[in-house]
Design a protein around this ligand. Structure first.
Ligand code: ATP
Ligand code: MG
Length: 428
């Protein structure tokens, strides 16, 4: 056993009971996205490194130290995607989806960042994301936020807070940059090393610093709202009003900046106190400059992404009922005739209800051994067939979970009634 291969650090396997929860999550998310008219876009995992450098920003954690980059056989520098937005814009431009039109898109899949693995933080993790292009007003910001709120609610999640801020437009950012820089330079020697390095290259990044000491200093930093112009203020007010109309509560966090440089104007996060340091489950904002920056014409854009692993951790922490994917029925059979009849009956049951999960005992075994397998499968009922049952054209039904309302612990059902009677017993 000593030489078994192990998965690469930070890259995880997802095993059957958890994978069923993932499927449930994907089903619900796909339904919510469709409910707002968003269409799925499937994007490749690998892109040119330059795409991420140009979009996410050279002086960000992601580009400076988290990308999985390599030079391929043709000598091109490629990277596993650390996020989806850059690829989505690249694809939108490549396929002419963005020029002078509106698009509502969503994506899902793995992302890769070379971070220190811990609970809720992995090197391969998964995101759902939505992106909306060609709409400049706060109405669409409110829509993507309402969509995110509905997704969290449909997943059964509570105790999450919507934090909101605005970075203004590029003029506002420039003005704020000056004010913040002036403040940071006065406290430069007390900042953590990463922040000291960034003061001059990207002072707004310092607001996102993880160091508690730096955060304490930032408590007195100027607030971006002081730099707003009329347009920034009107957009932010419009968004707040639209969220109010929809009954969505939020907290304004004037220190909220995101870890990616392309954001302008609206930024937001859904946070929880139940996942320790990994408290952000979903985050996004407006990025009106990115399409142009990547070679397209100026196109307003807004979107968000959420961490699927963090959603699942939060669902577990909050005790949300999650589908285990377990079988409903386990068919035990004793003898050749019973085995063949069981195979046919199982097919009939699956015909009658395509969502029914029926496991057929294979490999023989005594009844006790088969019932043990039935129990281990997680099935709600064992169906037992022996020579006597085949003769009488009946099946014994044993309740394995003793669920209330599952009727008598054991009953005998005739074959023609099997599907309809089980429909009343099995819980989906
Ligand atoms: P954090 O501050 O937690 O590092 P981030 O600002 O880097 O998050 P984004 O790039 O905005 O995160 O990604 C959106 C979401 O993706 C996050 O809110 C989080 O739920 C999830 N996420 C980001 N990085 C990871 C990771 N390494 N492992 C698991 N989930 C992640
Ligand atoms: Mg991060």
């Amino acid at each position: 056993m000593a030489n078994l291969f192990r998965s690469v650090r930070g890259f995880n396997d997802v095993l059957p009971p958890d994978a069923a929860a993932w499927q449930q999550l994907y089903r619900i998310a796909a339904e919510v996205f469709a409910g707002y008219g968003y269409g799925e876009i499937k994007l490749p995992l690998l892109e040119q490194t330059a795409l991420f450098k140009r979009s996410i920003g050279e002086v960000t954690d992601i580009v400076e130290k988290e990308m999985f980059s390599f030079v391929d056989r043709e000598g091109d520098s490629l990277s596993l995607r650390p996020e989806g937005t850059a690829s989505c814009v690249r694809a939108g431009l490549e396929h002419g989806l963005l020029h002078n039109q509106q698009q509502r898109l969503w994506y899902a899949g793995p992302m890769f960042r070379h971070e220190r693995p811990q609970a809720g933080r992995y090197r391969q993790f998964h995101q759902f994301g939505v992106e909306a292009y060609g709409m400049a007003g706060p109405d669409i910001d409110a829509e993507v936020i309402a969509l995110s709120a509905r997704l969290l609610k449909r997943l059964g999640l509570g105790d999450v807070t919507l934090e909101l801020n605005s970075l203004g437009g590029s003029d506002v950012r420039l003005r704020y940059r000056e004010a913040l820089l002036e403040f940071l330079l006065r406290h430069e020697s007390s900042l953590d090393a990463d922040s000291q390095r960034r003061v001059r290259t990207n002072p707004l990044r310092v607001l996102d610093a993880k160091s508690a000491q730096t955060q304490a200093i930032l408590a007195d930093a100027p607030s971006i709202a002081e730099s707003f112009d009329d347009h920034a203020r009107a957009h932010f007010d419009g968004l707040q009003q639209a969220l109010g109309d929809l009954g969505l509560a939020f907290t304004i966090n004037p220190r909220l900046v995101r870890g990616i440089d392309y954001y302008t104007s609206t930024v937001f996060e859904w946070t929880t106190s139940q996942l320790g340091a990994q408290g952000t489950v979903l985050a996004g904002g407006r990025y009106d400059g990115l399409v142009e920056q990547l070679g397209g014409s100026s196109t307003p854009a807004v979107g968000w992404a959420c961490g699927i692993e963090r959603l699942l951790l939060l669902m577990k922490a909050q005790g949300v009922a999650i589908d285990s994917g377990a079988a409903h029925l386990y068919f035990c059979s004793l003898g050749d005739a019973a085995q063949r009849a069981a195979g046919q009956l199982a097919e009939q049951l699956r015909d009658a209800d395509p969502s029914l999960r029926v496991v057929l005992n294979a490999g023989g075994g005594k009844l006790a051994a088969q019932l043990k397998r039935a129990d281990r499968s997680g099935a709600q009922f064992a169906l037992v067939l022996g020579d006597a049952e085949v003769e009488a054209r009946t099946v014994q039904v044993k309740s394995l979970r003793g669920e209330p309302g599952s009727g008598a612990a054991q009953q005998i059902l005739p074959w023609p009634e099997l599907a309809s009677r089980l429909a009343g017993l099995v819980k989906h």
